[in-house]
Design a protein around this ligand. Structure first.
Ligand code: XMP
Length: 327
């Protein structure tokens, strides 16, 4: 019979066979797919795997800790963390165009990742261990179908991996999830004992909060958005609704100001947009009819707790015509 335990066993055996005694690296994004792919490979080849997490400084509150602390605690995986926030923010300075942001982030990500891979190879070489031969990718079945791929296709939707992988990739790909759908990946993640916050995490774009700040990205703006986003997510979770909502982008309109009144005086602050959506596959989406009391709590808390924000608005556009993200 086809159970998650069988899927795990068969995948682990196949990966072990493919890898042999060689070394493997895997990039972790904080998302479900890379987390489950890495955990499967780790179960197969243990210490031959090194995971790489590039902290680009565009993650939400608590997400880096989830990878660096909780994931390591749950799996015991060998994790190589690269703190690259300064580098990404420097490159993004003054950039307002959404596609330009994506290009910069994709390019920097690959540079940082490749340098990390070289460091790992160098470190392994000194120990007389094999150099890295394999790279794990969290490609799912729908990705395989969408990229028109049959056996051996290493074609990854650029959308899915910040900027995609370079053509002259030096590694052989391992794709342990390529027969699975998202719900099956989550089931495998549970089977492997990964933290539920990670297994049930809503999709989050590779370029992170950079494409949820309409306008140029800087550390101050990121801090504002991070606080507003954390409140929205906490209230959604407290209401027991986070699994009903496909995704809940929280967007900072950084170049817009409106007049408000807070405390004793007039303010001239920024709006925050709430964009909760329901969807099956992100191709189309509808705006989520969240209960008014939940929206009210989020609005009240954000305007009370985030000084720079004096207005909270709700996006009631379906996709199409709106996309899920604002950029
Ligand atoms: P849109 O905004 O096009 O988003 O309706 C559809 C889905 O894709 C995610 N998204 C991205 N994911 N890199 C990613 O890894 C990106 O550049 C990117 N842009 C959008 C979005 O969050 C939604 O799930």
């Amino acid at each position: 019979t086809w159970t998650m335990a069988n899927v795990v066993d068969e995948t682990v055996a196949a990966v072990r066979q493919q890898v042999g005694g060689k070394r493997v690296i895997c990039g972790l994004s904080g998302g479900v797919d890379s987390a489950v792919a890495a955990a499967l490979v780790q179960k197969a080849v243990g210490a031959q795997l090194t995971c790489v997490y590039v902290d680009h400084g565009l993650m939400r509150q608590g997400e880096s800790e989830q990878v660096e602390r909780d994931y390591v605690a749950a799996t015991g995986v060998d994790l190589h963390v690269v703190e690259a926030a300064d580098r990404f923010l420097t490159q993004l300075k003054g950039v307002e165009d959404p596609e330009e942001k994506r290009k910069i982030i994709g390019r920097e990500f690959i540079r940082v990742f490749e340098a990390a891979a070289r460091d790992i190879v160098a470190a392994a070489g000194e120990d007389g261990v094999e150099p890295v031969e394999f790279l794990v990718q969290g490609t799912l079945y729908p990705d395989v179908v969408e990229s028109g791929g049959g056996e051996g296709t290493a074609n990854i939707k650029s959308h899915h991996n910040v900027g995609g992988l370079p053509d002259d990739l030096q590694f052989t790909l391992i794709e342990p999830l390529r027969t699975l759908f998202k719900d099956e990946v989550r089931a495998v993640g549970e089977e492997l004992g990964l933290p539920p916050e990670m297994v049930w995490r809503q999709p989050f774009p590779g370029p992170g909060l950079a494409i949820r700040i309409v306008g140029a990205v800087d550390a101050d703006r990121l801090a504002i958005l991070r606080r507003a986003d954390a409140i929205a997510r906490a209230e959604l979770t407290a209401a027991g609704l986070d699994r009903d909502v496909w995704q809940f982008p929280v967007v900072l309109l950084a170049d817009v100001r409106s007049v408000g009144v807070q405390g004793d005086g007039r303010t001239y602050g920024h709006p925050i947009v709430l964009r909760p959506v329901s969807s099956e596959d992100a191709m189309t989406a509808d705006w989520s009819r969240l209960p008014y009391d939940v929206i009210e709590r989020i609005s009240t808390r954000i305007t009370n707790e985030v000084r720079e924000v004096n207005r909270v608005v709700l996006d009631v556009t379906s996709k199409p015509p709106g996309t899920i993200e604002w950029e």
